[in-house]
Write a protein that binds this ligand. Structure first.
Ligand code: ADP
Ligand code: ZN
Length: 672
């Protein structure tokens, strides 16, 4: 008994591949393959490539080739827990079509990297809680929380699809709402998925979920061993686990009868995968929720503009939690940096506030979103900046160890004695960094214990957690760092958050820079005054900027009022769609020519009402890692026909231009 099996594989080819499957004569019916089965097959010189069965038919046992092509045998069939069927298969089809990818390239999202691996040892699936958790018995939901839970309950009861946007400041009780909704789903015999932006950075949330649901919940993320990931996958498929927690990839877990999907901090850009397949987990969650007639709850203190517009247009139900639990939001002072008087990036107002806070025995967080000692090293005579030879970007000056480092490709060199351009011997470290902030602090506050949290201090495994835990325990007085200090942790003793350059991210060449700045400033400000009144200081060169003003006033509506008209006027999302084509290669002329031809082809075929094609133009970073970069931007909504055409165009284009790579990004969240 043989089968001819059609399989899609994770390769950039829009075709199915035929294989032969020899059914086991002993257990004939059992061993027959069916669409949805996950198998391993030989492909080219590779022995075992995981693929999805999309079609089968019977084959006479003596047939060993089809259309003159020799059939190879399926080498392995994975257990039933790895099947991709029903809602997950439909989600895969949607992803392939929406993000313009062959089905085979989205299949890896739906299974662990090495399916079928046995777990070695009996590792913990749930994080043991090092933090005290409030006993749910002792919590009476506030009216606002109650309303949010009731809305979800109504949707669950009617077994329909519904999307809810929970807008509540940090500490307003959103997590408590999520946990209650999950409880309702479990009580109705349904499962839940809880997505977090970065699971490693949110141990407190994870342990709260574990404390509430015990052995019915498991986390799934890339930091786990292959065996553990497989075990969680299998347990979810069997219904032994009903709640799966994890980063964006957890959305694809085979949770049975999914009733709830929670997307915590839904505005975070880490929900968009920045490598192939470039999907957005929030969008995909809405599709999976619809397939399952489930509740999809998006929660944030600073909702993504797109989600808020969806809510205002009535596609999502908007739920507000206006008040912080137990304490007030901290008051924010905007301090003007213009007019001098600043010492090494510290205004007198901030210095005084740090002093004052430390004297009261409370802690300080200082946020500066650049690491290193100086952004660039500039020649004092000719003004030239030392550049990375592989990227058209200045290299960053680091003190410990003393070297120049490219933050884009990792290139490093020793600090030159003389200017490579004019031979002068004096350099000016221009622009600051967290390393410099730390040194300055030490000089200003010699008795303070200082911790630094950035990419450089968190290279070693576990160091990130160690620094945060030490600070939470009060083993340091000041925590200085990049945006890592803004996320996750709850520090009860923090009485002051200082932002050294609040306008730093405002003027990046990206239509979302204002939104991202607002989110970050709001988030970092939210670290202050969690248990008793706290202060926040925004130092800025642009004190009147509406984004800074809105963040200082904790006023999301003001941000919305300032940002919405700009997006509308310029035709940017959420009022329009974007698709970015990035063309890269090592030879400038070649890349430029390729980008030009691609743009021409796209213009000829996709130009229509409501569609605008921009470029090609050099990308924001015109050269990175020795590759020249151009981009073409398609503004407007493409239908299925246009997307199919584009997919075909890109595939044939890659064949025509060797040495040039094209990536396409549907709904890009970053324009670099
Ligand atoms: P968010 O997720 O919005 O940051 P949390 O759900 O973490 O807010 O709530 C903040 C704090 O308030 C937590 O310590 C939580 O246990 C507590 N909390 C939440 N809801 C209530 C409630 N109804 N009564 C008492 N405490 C609550
Ligand atoms: Zn570089």
């Amino acid at each position: 008994m043989c089968q001819l099996v059609e399989i899609v594989l994770p390769v950039p080819l829009a075709q199915v591949f035929s294989y032969r499957h020899q059914r086991d004569p002993e257990a004939d019916q059992e061993s027959a393959l069916q669409p949805g089965d996950l198998v391993a097959v030989p492909f080219g010189r590779r022995k075992n490539v995981t693929g999805l069965v999309v079609g089968v038919r019977d084959l006479a046992p003596d047939v060993r080739e089809v259309d003159g092509v020799k059939l190879r045998d399926v080498s392995r069939v994975f257990p039933a827990e790895y099947r991709i069927t029903g809602d997950r298969r439909r989600l895969a089809d949607w992803l392939a079509s929406y993000y313009i990818l062959p089905l085979g390239e989205v299949v890896p999202l739906f299974h662990p990297p090495s399916p079928g691996t046995r777990a070695r040892g009996s590792g913990q699936d749930t994080a043991q809680s090092p933090y005290p958790c409030v006993d749910p018995e002792n919590i009476t939901l506030t009216d606002a929380q109650e309303r949010a839970v009731k809305s979800a309950e109504k949707i669950l009861d009617s077994r329909s699809f519904g999307a809810l946007l929970l807008h509540g400041v940090t500490g307003s009780g959103k997590t408590e709402v999520y946990l209650n909704i999950i409880s309702l789903a479990l009580a109705a015999g349904r499962g839940a998925i809880y997505l977090l932006p970065e699971i490693a950075l949110t141990p407190q949330t994870l342990s709260r979920i574990s404390a509430r649901f015990g052995d019915r919940v498991a986390a799934i993320h890339s930091g786990m061993s292959a065996g553990r990931r497989c075990r969680v996958h299998e347990q979810a498929a069997k219904g032994e686990i009903q709640v799966v927690v994890g980063p964006r990839s957890a959305l694809f877990a085979p949770v049975r009868d999914l009733g709830v999907i929670i997307i915590d901090e839904e505005h975070e850009t880490s929900y968009k995968q920045d490598e192939k397949p470039r999907y957005h987990a929030r969008h995909a969650a809405l599709v999976r929720g619809r397939e399952n007639k489930a509740v999809v709850m998006l929660g944030s203190a600073t909702p993504d503009l797109e989600s808020m517009v969806n809510a205002l247009d009535g596609r999502f139900e908007l739920l507000e939690l206006p008040d912080r639990m137990g304490s007030e939001l901290p008051s924010v002072e905007v301090v003007d940096m213009r007019g001098g008087g600043n010492l090494e990036g510290f205004t007198p107002a901030l210095t005084e506030a740090v002093n004052d806070t430390l004297e009261k025995g409370r802690q300080v967080i200082l946020y500066y979103n650049r690491r290193g000692f100086a952004r660039v090293l500039q020649c004092r005579d000719c003004g030239e900046v030392v550049m990375c030879p592989h990227c058209d970007i200045g290299v960053t000056y680091h003190l410990r160890p003393r070297r120049l480092l490219c933050h884009y490709c990792g290139f490093t060199r020793k600090v030159p004695d003389t200017c490579p351009d004019c031979g002068a011997e004096e350099f000016l470290p221009a622009g600051g960094g967290t390393e410099k902030v730390e040194l300055n602090l030490q000089a200003h506050f010699p008795d303070a214990r200082i911790l630094r949290l950035d990419h450089d201090t968190t290279r070693r495994r576990g160091s990130h957690h160690r620094i945060l835990t030490a600070f939470a325990r009060g083993e340091a007085d000041i925590l200085v760092g990049t945006q890592m200090v803004a996320k996750g942790h709850h520090f009860p003793k923090v009485g002051l958050v200082g932002v050294l350059a609040a306008d730093d991210g405002l003027c990046l060449p990206d239509y979302r820079s204002a939104e991202r700045s607002f989110q970050l400033l709001t988030q970092v400000a939210g670290r202050s005054g969690r248990t008793e009144a706290g202060r926040v200081i925004f130092q800025t060169w642009r004190p009147d900027d509406p984004v800074i003003q809105a963040a200082a006033a904790h006023d999301y509506q003001a941000f919305l009022a300032a940002e919405t008209p700009e997006r509308k006027a310029l035709g940017y999302p959420p009022f329009n769609r974007l698709l970015r084509l990035g063309v890269t290669g090592r030879r400038l002329g070649h890349v430029e020519e390729a980008a030009g031809q691609l743009a021409e082809a796209v213009r000829a075929s996709l130009n229509g009402p409501g569609i605008e094609i921009l470029g090609p133009a050099p990308a924001v970073f015109p050269r990175l890692k020795d590759r020249y970069r151009f981009q073409i931007l398609i503004k407007g909504k493409l239908g299925k026909k246009e997307k199919d055409w584009l997919g075909e165009c890109l595939r044939s284009f890659k064949e025509g231009f060797k040495g040039v790579d094209v990536v396409h990004d549907v709904d890009p969240v970053s324009m670099y």
